[in-house]
Write a protein that binds this ligand. Structure first.
Ligand code: F6R
Length: 237
């Protein structure tokens, strides 16, 4: 695990966009794993400004709330369209996201898992990190879930993410998420974190102790993880 400490959020976003751009230039038909949340917004902006040709790229998003309509402004479908897909030339048929409107969520997870496996390994997986150490919506647990699954969001995640919803009651309490298997199977992983509220969980990554109660710690045994943080998130390292 390598740490890149940047001056600020902008520096973190630029560094992440550069890595992603290099991946696309080296392998135009690469498979990218994408995240949502506040953290990667700057990275998406930077990539859009680079005017890269992403027409051969395939994407898989990590997660989606459940249940949620894709037209809901807080859905991850809406987020990705607003912040990224509307600004770049990824082909619609190459974009893959879990469906928050699926009638049978378990079937949706199984199909998504199969689809990722059919495409092979993700070349570059972008991750944010929750205050509780979640990656995707792999929440703290007594064990790791390898496969795409339905996840019950913890109270801490509901409180943190309800900031985007008008009322806390509007926030779904479940999500569909890629499991740690596909994440760990990715060739390269770039984890982004910004702000002092992420400092404690970033410190946990430095301990090299895998603990399913802090799901991101599994990344410490992956051979190619780059953690890009701003100074505040790095303040306890
Ligand atoms: C989102 C995701 C989550 C977020 C995490 C951090 O697709 O997978 O794990 O990365 O909740 O969110 P922010 O960036 O809003 O602090």
């Amino acid at each position: 695990m390598r740490f890149i400490i940047c001056e600020d959020y902008e520096g973190m976003s630029k560094a992440a966009a550069d890595i992603l751009a290099a991946e696309v230039l080296l392998k135009p038909n690469c498979i990218l794993g994408l995240a949502t949340g506040s953290t990667p917004i700057g990275m998406y902006q930077e990539i859009a400004e680079k005017k890269l040709d992403l027409s051969h790229v395939t994407t898989f998003n990590l997660d989606e709330y459940y249940p949620i309509k894709s037209s809901n402004e807080e859905s991850y479908h809406y987020f990705m369209q607003e912040n990224f897909f509307s600004k770049v030339n990824v082909k619609k048929e190459n974009i893959h996201m879990l469906d928050g409107e699926a009638e049978d969520p378990q079937q949706e997870c199984d199909d998504y898992e199969r689809l990722i496996n059919k495409h092979g390994r993700i070349d570059l997986q972008v991750l944010g990190i929750g205050h509780n150490g979640h990656i995707g919506f792999n929440e703290p647990n007594s064990f790791f879930r390898a496969q795409t699954h339905i996840s019950n969001l913890t109270q801490r995640t509901i409180e943190a993410n309800s900031r985007f919803f008008e009322r806390i009651e509007d926030m779904p309490t479940k999500s569909l998420t890629m499991g740690v298997g596909s994440i760990m199977n990715s060739k390269t992983i770039v984890l982004l974190a910004s702000g002092k509220e992420k400092a404690a969980v970033i410190k946990e990554l430095q301990k090299n102790k895998v603990d399913p109660q802090i799901p991101a710690t599994i990344l410490t045994v992956h051979r190619d993880v780059i953690v890009i943080v701003d100074k505040e998130a790095a303040s306890l390292l």
